[in-house]
Design a protein around this ligand. Structure first.
Ligand SMILES: C[S@@+](CC[C@H](N)C(=O)[O-])C[C@H]1O[C@@H](n2cnc3c(N)ncnc32)[C@H](O)[C@@H]1O
Length: 336
């Protein structure tokens, strides 16, 4: 299907806005081999465009032939959060593994570098001023991971380092009334966490007064609905996998998850059970999108959201339950 020009332009403008207001959190770079001469310092835009597909909403298309194994682009998370069981062994900001935890007893989180610490402090300051006991306890008891990302985003918004609408461009999940009720309960705990302690802090109170009112119940539910469909579980591949060409993300032998993250551009990649691209993480939450095979100009780039080695019924069940769609990729259509 041809993409309408007005749609492309509207999307391009939205993406441009996203880039400008969140440069710190959303950057992409093209493969370095394609920069040369005077443009060396200015990375070329990635060889892709976002457009409409026939049957899967928006998708990512190659704007030139892309070779197997080529790094298509990288992406920094819009928001990420470490898995609770590795809180003391990964960087609280970028999710890099750290062998010697440098978190103090009081702080209980660690950073891999001064740079990560500095970036994180922009919003971690706000986080530490609130009382998260009830919120954290609720999430742990109910084995919920995504609300921790909303908690971080809320702190980023209050601190002024992220906009409250920074995930609005992403597709939201359809929510049942049961899901909404639970989110409302979580939201109450989030509000209380801030209410309990922030008022006494002048510095935070200042940010709170200008940024907190946008963090409504609708905001919380909207963000979670987007995280639900677009969050990636991050498993760091060892360095030697950097040049691995032939395995889909789900089949890369990786260590256990270090956390979850949401990105902007990578969220536009649709799913295929026989994908031509994959997303990998080498050192930290920075995502690398790579071509798994030669891709023609104009071809849609798709990644695999799940374990591609599962049988058709299991894949369909997972995709329907987790993402709310019926996969009609060639593999599924041929019953493979
Ligand atoms: C991460 S988003 C991908 C981008 C999305 N198409 C959009 O417009 O923002 C995932 C959603 O895209 C759609 N999708 C992705 N892969 C699909 C597929 N193979 N078949 C049908 N829908 C698909 C589903 O609605 C799914 O919930």
């Amino acid at each position: 299907m041809r993409v309408s020009l007005s749609h492309s332009l509207r999307l391009a403008s939205l993406l441009t806005k996203q880039k400008t207001f969140r440069l710190h959190h959303f950057t992409t770079t093209a493969t370095p081999e394609h920069s040369s001469g005077s443009t060396r310092d200015r990375p070329e835009p990635p060889p892709i465009r976002v457009g409409l597909t026939d049957s899967a909403g928006r998708g990512v298309f190659a704007t030139r032939p892309i070779g197997a194994g080529e790094l298509i682009h990288t992406a920094k998370p819009a928001v990420c959060y470490p898995s609770l069981n590795v809180l003391d062994t990964v960087c609280y900001y970028c999710l890099r593994r750290i062998s010697n935890s440098n978190g103090s007893e009081a702080q209980r989180v660690s950073f891999c570098s001064e740079d990560c610490k500095r970036r994180c402090m922009e919003f971690y300051d706000v986080e530490t001023k609130a009382d998260w006991a009830a919120f954290d306890d609720y999430c742990r008891t109910h084995d919920l991971k995504y609300p921790f990302m909303v908690k971080r985003l809320a702190c980023m918004v209050i601190s002024g380092v992220a906009r409250s609408d920074s995930l609005d461009i992403l597709q939201p999940a359809n929510l049942t009334s049961q899901m909404i009720s639970r989110m409302e309960e979580e939201y109450g705990l989030l509000r209380n966490a801030f209410r309990k302690t922030l008022i006494s802090d002048e510095h935070v109170a200042y940010y709170l007064s200008s940024n907190f009112q946008v963090l409504t119940k609708q905001w919380y539910i909207g963000v979670l609905a987007r995280i639900r469909i677009n969050a990636f579980r991050i498993e760091l591949a060892a360095g030697l996998y950097e040049d691995l060409l032939s395995s889909a993300a789900a089949s890369v032998e990786a260590e256990a998850a270090v956390g979850h993250a949401v990105y902007i551009l990578p969220s536009f990649y649709n799913h295929d059970c026989d994908p031509n691209a994959h997303i990998i993480w080498i050192d930290n939450a920075d995502a690398k999108l790579k071509a798994l095979r030669d891709v023609d100009e104009g071809e849609e780039l798709r990644i695999c959201y799940i374990d591609a080695s599962l049988d058709r019924d299991a894949r369909q069940e997972l995709l329907s339950r987790g993402f709310g769609f019926q996969c009609n990729c060639n593999r599924c259509l041929h019953g493979d």
